[in-house]
Write a protein that binds this ligand. Structure first.
Ligand SMILES: [Zn+2]
Ligand SMILES: [Zn+2]
Length: 231
């Protein structure tokens, strides 16, 4: 399965991030052994990294386990290290490291600072930041601030102000009641993230979305009015 990731993450075939996200995270991204970049002799490793059967699984500590016919190794992509002899003894950027980089770049594995999240509306898997908490929405079911939507229950037009990280059974209204307990929300998942929105009718030239009173809705109760989007 291929996951979409925004913004795209890219790891070069040598396991080095080609994006800018981690560039200054820790000055030492290259493990010892081959002090200069020109020591990156390929010797067919890139080809083997692509073709050889390997099973890669993310661990929960930013590293990956790579199972091969020849053994099982642990790769730390952001440190550029692998526990195999090729890397540990000869200091080469081995095929395991390269394979993990390829799978991350192609969206088959989460990057070291990501984990797999599941959309609360449709169950599709997406990659989300490791530190993100709360329910998630996929690209198709997510909202942007300023999106015009209508309420499935009343048909009224609203404008989204934000997607919260709280579930419908956690988010409380001013009355102190979780929004999933309201009868009008009975048809929507208590596990869905709450989306805050303001009624379009409450907006005016001198009354923007930050001035209007906000209301919380289970995510799937709001539908974008953009007809091009098929929900
Ligand atoms: Zn290796
Ligand atoms: Zn979804």
């Amino acid at each position: 399965m291929t996951h979409r990731r925004i913004p795209p993450t890219s790891f070069g075939p040598d396991g080095t991030s080609t994006g800018s996200r981690r560039d200054d995270e820790n000055g030492d991204t290259r493990a010892g052994g081959d002090g200069d970049a020109s020591a990156d002799r390929d010797d067919g490793r890139s080809e083997r990294a692509k073709r050889e059967p390997m099973t890669v699984r993310p661990l929960r500590d930013r590293r990956y386990v790579v199972e091969t016919d020849g053994g099982t190794y642990v790769v730390a992509l952001d440190a550029g290290t692998c526990s195999c002899p090729d890397h540990e003894i000869r200091g080469e950027r081995c095929k395991h490291l390269r394979r993990v980089a390829i799978e991350v770049t192609e969206g088959r594995l989460p990057a070291p600072d990501e984990r797999v999240g599941v959309c609360a509306v449709c169950g599709v898997e997406t990659f989300v930041p490791l530190t993100a908490s709360g329910p998630r929405l996929c690209e198709r079911h997510g909202f942007e601030r300023g999106d015009a939507v209508h309420d499935r229950e009343t048909g009224k037009l609203l404008v989204v102000t934000r997607v919260t990280e709280r579930r419908a059974d956690e988010y409380r209204t001013d009355e102190g009641r979780p929004i999933d307990e309201y009868p009008t929300n009975a048809a929507y998942g208590a596990h869905e993230p709450v989306v805050e929105a303001v009624y379009a009718e409450s907006l005016g030239p001198a009354h923007g979305i930050d001035d209007a009173r906000r209301y919380g809705f289970p995510a799937s109760r709001l539908v974008p009015i953009d007809a091009g989007r098929d929900r």
